[in-house]
Design a protein around this ligand. Structure first.
Ligand SMILES: C[S@@+](CC[C@H](N)C(=O)[O-])C[C@H]1O[C@@H](n2cnc3c(N)ncnc32)[C@H](O)[C@@H]1O
Length: 265
């Protein structure tokens, strides 16, 4: 049987249409260790504005309200309009936006919209298994120089390249955040952020030739400042008493935005 297409919008639209009830991946939205990490990150974030990426139907959106004085400082985004419409109708006090995180055009529009509101960029990105889903997407074919980059890209398109979706996501998140912003990334994988930390050439997502043609290196944008194992619910069961099963450990990465300026064409 083919694996589910976690990187495809049609998969998520179908899933959320069939089951619109709140559903949380990896950890319950009220999991204390996760909430306490959010609390400590928001207390040092350069802005109280939170970008909750790939919110799906997670109850975490509502739980984030305890960290802000104004619910309008929370932006829940997802490329599934089904999930966003459900969230909007449940609690319109927060911002909800249908957004493909891999689309430069849509990310630039969000940046403009936020600016038009006269507000500053985001100080905290919350990502509960969204980078996991995005890592399953196909490489994105882009024109270089990329329209979102460390220096204003000049000239017309000179080349195209296939870029790994996590490299695109990192760059887009860098564009939307302030220096010193945190990205709390919860993943089932203990190597999800190796593209930012590993010295192994196989882990490097953007090769030198592509960097030279105008794509910014994700390793210049985000530093992994903390990596911790979070235990998921301990499961017990069986008909003849308690059966201990191994506790599943997920990894919570705290990434910090560097001061490298990212601009749009
Ligand atoms: C594994 S689910 C996690 C949902 C939620 N964060 C939670 O903890 O339950 C991944 C989410 O990412 C969203 N997603 C996947 N690719 C996306 C993309 N390119 N842009 C925006 N959202 C995306 C999906 O629609 C889905 O809601």
């Amino acid at each position: 049987m083919a694996a589910p297409s976690f990187g495809e919008k049609s998969y998520w639209d179908t899933r959320f249409t069939k089951n619109p009830s709140p559903f949380d991946w990896l950890l319950p939205a009220a999991a204390a260790p996760f909430l306490s990490s959010i609390q400590s990150s928001i207390s040092t974030a350069p802005s109280p504005r939170i970008l909750h990426i790939g919110c799906g139907t997670s109850s975490l959106s509502s739980n984030l309200k305890q960290f802000v004085t104004d619910s309008k400082n929370i932006y829940n985004v997802d490329f599934s309009s089904v999930a966003i419409e459900a969230g909007q109708s449940k609690d319109g006090s927060m911002n909800w936006r249908t957004l493909d995180l891999l689309s430069a055009e849509q990310v630039l529009e969000l940046g403009k919209y936020v600016k038009l509101e006269g507000r500053e960029k985001f100080g905290l990105v919350i990502d509960k298994s969204t980078a996991d889903a995005i890592a399953c997407a196909e490489d994105v074919i882009v024109e270089l120089p990329y329209p979102i980059a460390a220096e204003a890209p000049e000239g017309g398109s000179q080349a195209t390249a296939n870029i790994h979706p996590l490299a695109i996501l990192s760059l887009h998140m860098a564009y939307l955040t302030l220096p010193g912003a945190k990205w709390l990334l919860l993943s089932y994988s203990s190597s999800r952020c190796s593209f930012l930390t590993s010295q192994d050439p196989d882990d490097i997502l953007v090769k030198m030739g592509v960097l030279e043609q105008g794509f910014t290196d994700p390793r210049l944008l985000w530093k992994v400042v903390k990596e911790e194992a979070l235990g998921a619910r301990e499961e017990t069961g069986g008909t003849s008493g308690i059966v201990a099963r191994p506790v599943v450990k997920h990894t919570l990465y705290t990434l910090e935005r560097t001061s490298l300026k990212i601009v749009a064409k």
